[in-house]
Design a protein around this ligand. Structure first.
Ligand SMILES: [Zn+2]
Length: 265
């Protein structure tokens, strides 16, 4: 089963043909979609969409890029919505230092408040991080949450390992399908397989074969194919080496604990 872990199917870009997109997405083998929120005004539509289909999963949150649309009252509203709706995740939340006009102090306050909500609700978070890995990792250290996904990951291997150590997976999408994404492709080849999740971020960030068009969750197999291509060309630790079955407890002192055989080495 293939899951699109980050897809904005509720966006107006899909208003004309959302049902047809979903039919083609399922036909392409993409069985489940996680749909992260952008702002409070979008939550009712997002929840209504997900209520129509058991394969669509909402995340609720306040996206850092839409800072000027968020109000102080949105945070208690988020807490109430989380308690009422019990979505599987909080998102998308984070810090965006790429867009220079976004007030960094306000972003930080909004992000940390949402981390605290995720922590008390015991929910994973879907992270949006651009040019702010140090700040996001520091915030996660201060307010640990139950892991989640660093969406559209574009950092280096050292940053990747720090997210993995905090219980996060890394989201790879359409950028992986472009041959010129050499750094990203090398990273996708080097990471342990369970560190990677697939996403489209539709309608944004489309795949090479549909350059210039609206992105769609039906193109997720292109991302999977690119991942297989970059990982197939070198030894990556996948498939994993078979591990010996644990023996009886009495001889456990002679055996190396499984936890030391981490694939994150
Ligand atoms: Zn997104």
């Amino acid at each position: 089963m293939v899951i699109d872990t980050h897809c904005h199917l509720d966006c107006p870009e899909f208003d004309p043909d959302r049902a047809a997109v979903l039919v083609r997405t399922r036909a392409a083998g993409v069985a489940q979609l996680v749909i992260p929120a952008i702002h409070r005004a979008g939550w009712p539509g997002l929840l209504a969409l997900c209520a129509t289909d058991a394969d669509l999963h909402p995340a609720l949150g306040l996206h850092p890029v839409y800072l000027d649309q968020h109000r102080d009252a949105d945070l208690p509203a988020l807490e109430r919505a989380i308690a009422d709706q019990r979505p599987p995740a909080i998102g998308e939340i984070g810090l965006d230092y790429f867009v220079r006009e976004l007030d960094r102090d306000r972003q930080q306050a909004l992000f940390e408040a949402q981390l605290a909500i995720a922590r008390s609700a015991d929910l994973p978070v879907l992270l949006h991080v651009r040019k702010a890995h140090e700040q996001v990792l520091a915030a996660l250290k201060r307010c640990p949450v139950r892991g989640g996904i660093a969406h559209a990951f574009s950092g280096g291997i050292a940053e990747a390992r720090r997210y993995l150590d905090l219980g996060f997976a890394l989201g790879f999408g359409g950028m992986l399908t472009f041959e010129r994404s050499t750094k990203l492709r090398a990273l996708a080849a080097a990471l342990p397989p369970d560190a990677i999740v697939l996403e489209t971020d539709a309608p944004d960030l489309t795949v090479a074969a549909h350059r210039g068009e609206r992105n769609s969750p039906e193109y997720l197999p292109d991302v999977l194919a690119a991942l297989a291509q970059v990982r197939g060309s070198r030894r990556t630790g996948w498939p994993p080496r078979p591990r010996p079955m644990p023996g009886p407890c009495s001889d456990s002192r002679r055996r190396r604990p499984i936890s030391q055989e981490s694939t994150h080495d």
